[in-house]
Write a protein that binds this ligand. Sequence first.
Ligand code: GLP
Length: 261
Amino acid sequence: MAEVVVVPDPDTGGRLAARTVLDTVRRNPEAVLGLATGSSPLPVYRALARLIAEEGVDVGRVSGFALDEYVGLPPGHPESYRSVITREVTVPLGLSPDRVHVPDGDPARADTAGEAYERALAAAGPVDVQLLGVGTDGHIGFNEPGSSLTSRTRLKTLTEQTRRDNARFFGSVEEVPVHCVTQGIGTILRARHLILLAFGAAKAEAVAAAVEGPLTASVPASAIQLHAHTTVIVDEPAASRLTHLAYYRHAWANKPAPQHI
Ligand code: GLP
């Protein structure tokens, strides 16, 4: 079962996840990080940037793989996930740009972008820590409801709900691309440790469905139940629909090892 950690606010959750990422990099300076976009992982990146600077950690050989990319945005579009990852992760953390990978969203290569990305991931080795957000419809990466639980990186069509959710980053819903290239659920599950972050009441349903099931392709995030090492970091509103909330709090408070995910 996933470990669920309820935090008072997103910044506390961000610090907890950042400490784990940093410990991973200290143990392995060539660690491979799985990077998520969206607002949920931003507190992790902010905390990580601070810790790297304060503790003088060398991240020059760390590599990163983004989960997904829109298809068809012009190169350099500020809301392409390539741009977002550069702005929120590569630059503030001081990663080497040539070690940070994002699926190719060029429509001319959309058919083969998935396979190419799988090859790059396989060459880099398994992802050590994979950060994840969750969509209000239960998607992870851009694996919309119905995505195969064994899927690999591929071209997908976004749901209208996701396009509406993400319209806030664009001028209007019409400007949100219809297609994306996303790591598959099977791809995501190959990472050694999954950390899913969700904050706010809008995520409460998706969090409960992901953590407490049933396991179903209709809720792609429920695939975390198949993984032996998943940590779910939520604030009180996002945790509010969990049935076994009292147990998660009890387990965290009585964790045999120090409070570390
Ligand atoms: C997008 C991303 C997902 C992310 C989701 C939730 O659809 N492709 O990876 O998890 O948004 O975003 P947010 O964290 O902003 O709620």
